[in-house]
Design a protein around this ligand. Sequence first.
Ligand code: CA
Length: 223
Amino acid sequence: MRLLIVEDEKRMAELLKIGLEEENHTVSLAFDGRSALEHARMCEFDAIVLDVMLPGMDGIEVARRIRRSQSQTPILMLTARDAVPDIVKGLDAGADDYLTKPFSFEEFLARLRAVARRGSVPRPTCLQVADLMLDPATRRVTRSGEEIYLSPTEFRLLEFLMRRAGRVVSRSAIIQAVWDLDQEVEENTLDAFIRLVRSKVDRDRSQKLIHTVRGIGYTIREK
Ligand code: CA
């Protein structure tokens, strides 16, 4: 799994990271709410571990903002022992489950797996923008019912944009999500792929769906 851990106590965060990496998970760390939101916006995670007690913006506000951005990434919240109001507020803000400190690593791992598993269920089966449909399960793409054939990279690119329909996605966010993080990708490569996807999705259509937002990135939307 690709995981984000948000915890300002660096030793604790590092320990969780080391443990999870030993279980073959990929872990990113954020030490405050703002960078947590930045991470969540830039990358797709299978689950987010979010401590309530953070300097500045607390974990409850972070969860609320993540949910407001339409993200369905599962969130496991970490709370102090017996902090019942925090637990209620956290779940209300959109956390999927909570774990009270202190906890054993085994318990943490079990909860995290359960949260990630549950979270993977409610994703929409089919993505739609105007008459453009994309089915992640069958990997079929159609526009006005006509089949569109995409390469795997083109498909990942279109799916990433469609999951964020109506929102502007930065060039770097697209590159990180569509290509391997450790792979160097030229910005020209992104432009080339956008051109390819556009030619298949928008060519000869009066209604263009993929739009360039100059200086920032791209968006897919009806108008
Ligand atoms: Ca903390």
